[in-house]
Design a protein around this ligand. Structure first.
Ligand SMILES: [Zn+2]
Length: 191
């Protein structure tokens, strides 16, 4: 049954990968966490395994997701941050009970609260969003150049000139569109 759900688009930045669970916001939107079980799957991929997820918790996750999307978009275009979005992000950050753990190998892991609640995982995502939006991390928030996407992404390339949220999807599609447009043009000029 699970194969019937849309694939995840996995990026390296937690907060913006989370906003990417709803893609093509300005086209035919694709909801990649349509049921609580898919949020559980997504969190596990990012080392935030939770015991269970209710419909209400999925609702909290989506509310946080859209708040991060709104705040990150505003930050990318240097607009004022929407107050309601900031409130939601701060609220979720404050309610999480995860602890950062240093492994013997020197890696950071997250240890969620004693019953590994969705709220704890959302707290980690909210804190990640805060570090990205506040500009304290090395990188630049930008909006995807695809007109049907416009996702906020975090550009950590050295030149800070990344145009697409994801090379394999938006970037590739744009390249193909340009290729076909080029072919049409050369056919037209040959006539
Ligand atoms: Zn995109």
């Amino acid at each position: 049954m699970r194969a019937a759900f849309p694939d995840f688009r996995l990026g390296s930045v937690l907060a913006t990968s989370f906003t990417g669970t709803l893609s093509e916001r300005h086209g035919s939107a694709v909801e990649r966490i349509p049921v609580p079980g898919r949020l559980v799957d997504w969190l596990a991929v990012y080392g935030l395994a939770v015991d269970s997820c209710t419909t209400a918790q999925l609702g909290l996750a989506r509310e946080l997701r859209e708040s991060i999307h709104a705040a990150a978009t505003a930050a990318a275009i240097q607009d004022a941050l929407p107050a309601a979005a900031v409130r939601t992000i701060n609220d979720r950050s404050a309610r999480g009970r995860a602890a950062a753990i240093l492994t013997p190998e020197g890696e950071r892991r997250w240890r969620l609260g004693p019953d590994s609640r969705v709220e704890d995982a959302l707290g980690v995502i909210a804190a990640d969003a805060i570090s990205v939006i506040s500009g304290e991390r090395d990188g630049r928030l930008a909006l995807c150049a695809s007109p049907t996407c416009r996702a906020a992404f975090f550009d950590t390339s050295r030149s800070r000139t990344r145009k697409w949220c994801d090379m394999n999807t938006c970037g590739n599609r744009q390249k193909k569109a340009r290729f076909h447009a080029g072919r049409r043009e050369s056919t037209a000029s040959a006539d």
